[in-house]
Design a protein around this ligand. Structure first.
Ligand code: ATP
Ligand code: MG
Length: 247
């Protein structure tokens, strides 16, 4: 089943077209990786999906359908609740660990302390952070290591029960061990969530994604099952990119 469908999608910053005629369908409960050289439009594509592009000074033409409905027909806060985003640089709020996780549920009106505790505990467990921080809920999240901060941010993104998690190079500031932790976590999330991940790390795309889309100069060159894209690319440019010819 497709959770997101883009049809004839163009994206602009001012007069400059940065995404050209994007057509793609994102499968539910799968990981889709977006790869391509710097500046090709990967981050822009993510910001189209939660309409953040408008706040970044950009605009779109064409159609983006999420759960069967045009994204323009969702109130922005509802869309962003259902389509969460995690960035490259971990960005915990300057609050306690508990405060970070409780923030959005409190905002959305969860008042019951037990329920709040359950949400915090459950999301920390999913993110693999619980055992490491269970005695330090009151500690500032800013005191965590970079890898822990990123797992906290993913856990925080999950507290509002999104359907889709957009991730823009979530591991590029992390070492191998923390990257492995996060990759394991993402694979464990697929029963409940759909993940779209931008990555410069082709090995990462190969390891964890089900589908891969290769973008060049704002256009989709090739989109398919990850195994096919990496083992049997149809387009010469895809082959050149994954062989490291340009980057
Ligand atoms: N807020 C903005 N205002 C104007 N131009 C922008 C803005 N954000 C991105 N661009 C331009 O849009 C194009 C696509 O940028 P984008 O950030 O989507 O690329 P990217 O594939 O994510 O690159 P990278 O791998 O370096 O993160 C680039 O030419 C970039 O300079
Ligand atoms: Mg980017």
């Amino acid at each position: 089943m497709n959770i997101i469908e883009l049809a004839n999608l163009n994206a602009f910053y001012g007069d400059k077209k940065v995404l050209n005629n994007i057509n793609m369908k994102i499968k539910k409960n799968k990981i889709t990786a977006i790869i391509g050289p710097s500046g090709c439009g990967k981050s822009t594509l993510l910001t189209v999906l939660n309409r953040m592009i408008g706040e970044n000074g950009g605009s779109i033409e064409g159609k983006v359908v999420f759960n069967g409905k045009d994204i323009l027909n969702y109130p922005k806060n509802e869309l962003r609740r259902k389509v969460g985003i995690v960035f490259q640089k971990p960005s915990p709020f300057p609050l306690s660990i508990y405060g970070n996780l409780a923030y959005a549920p409190l905002y959305y009106g969860v008042k019951d302390k037990n329920l709040l505790d359950n949400i915090v505990e459950n999301k920390l467990k999913i993110s693999g952070l619980y055992e490491e921080v269970k005695d330090d809920f009151k500690m500032s999240a800013l005191e965590l290591s970079g890898g822990q901060q990123q797992r906290l941010c993913i856990a925080r993104a999950l507290t509002v029960e999104p359907d889709v998690l957009l991730m823009d190079e979530p591991c590029s500031a992390l070492d191998i061990k923390n990257t492995a932790n996060i990759e394991d976590m993402l694979l464990n999330l697929l029963d409940d969530y759909t993940i779209i991940i931008v990555t410069h790390n082709l090995f990462q795309a190969k390891r964890i994604s089900d589908y891969t889309v290769f973008i060049l100069d704002g256009e989709i060159v090739e989109f398919g099952e990850t195994e096919q894209i990496f083992n049997n690319p149809k387009d010469r440019r895809t082959k050149e990119y994954i062989e490291g010819m340009y980057g």
